[in-house]
Design a protein around this ligand. Structure first.
Ligand SMILES: Nc1ncnc2c1ncn2[C@@H]1O[C@H](COP(=O)(O)OP(=O)(O)OP(=O)(O)O)[C@@H](O)[C@H]1O
Length: 240
């Protein structure tokens, strides 16, 4: 088991963004986190990656309790993440953007550049390595987000809506990349609102609603789960 989230809560004043959630992730699994808007998905990622402290509960990574450790320390330990809102360093090149991630593990500029070029080839951005970050299309900015996270050489990669805003053919292009990363040994937790994507690539799915886990299972189990159907088809109509 690579990740264990034990009864974790995050309350913002009166808002119970995450409320007593528990789940685990096995090595090399692809686990989807789904739920309606505001369900607490991104907050969960912020807690796992150390961007926010928990209100209560514990988080274990590779058997070690890592609750409330700083984000840069968790990054060094192997937890990488992308952000829902893509934020490339707009005025430096695509290659330099990725190198920022690579410096997490490598002090030498040459070594960081070498690794970053390999990653750019893998995500299909090598030809655009000298372009400025801001000049990329949204689809390419999403690839760059993945590349920046990969450059930190994560064992566990948290992908936050990397396909939101992409057209169907762009989505089809990025799916094999995610499967390839898993084949290379990276464990993936993915927040994704595109059901066909989640159903296709995930081994298991965790469903959250109002900060609480309401279901967990294989894509098939989740698709037929009464609580999930209620959460999506009840008074909540939009989801992400
Ligand atoms: N820093 C914060 N301060 C106060 N409230 C917050 C903060 N971050 C998130 N929230 C609230 O916590 C709840 C969960 O938000 P979160 O962004 O985790 O949901 P989500 O499932 O990722 O939503 P979406 O699908 O819209 O991205 C929401 O009610 C949100 O307004």
């Amino acid at each position: 088991m690579i990740l264990k989230v034990n009864n974790v809560s995050k309350h913002f004043q009166g808002v119970k963004a995450v409320n007593g959630t528990s789940f685990h992730v096995e090595e090399k699994e692809i686990v989807g986190v789904i739920g309606p808007n505001g369900a607490g998905k991104t907050t969960l990622f912020n807690l796992i990656s150390g961007s926010l402290p928990v209100t209560s509960g514990t988080i274990e990574f590779k058997g070690e309790t890592i609750t409330n450790q700083k984000a840069y320390i968790l990054c060094k330990k192997g937890i990488g993440r992308t952000y829902q809102v893509v934020k490339p360093f707009g005025t430096i090149s695509v290659l330099e953007n990725v190198m920022v991630g690579a410096f997490n593990k490598h002090n030498s500029r040459d070594q960081a550049a070498k690794i970053s070029k390999e990653i750019l080839k893998q995500v299909g951005l090598y030809e655009k390595r000298d372009q400025i970050g801001n000049s990329l299309t949204l689809a390419d900015k999403k690839r760059l987000e993945v590349a920046k996270a990969l450059a930190t050489q994560p064992a566990l990669l948290l992908l936050d809506e990397v396909m939101a805003g992409l057209n169907p053919s762009e989505v089809k292009e990025i799916l094999p990349l995610i499967l390839q990363l898993r084949d290379e040994g990276i464990t993936i937790v993915i927040i994704e609102h595109l059901m066909e994507v989640v159903m296709t690539i995930c081994d298991r799915i965790v469903v959250v609603h109002h900060g609480e886990k309401i279901a967990e299972g294989t894509p098939k189990e989740i698709a037929n789960h009464p609580e999930v159907i209620k959460a999506y088809l009840g008074d909540e109509v939009s989801y992400a």
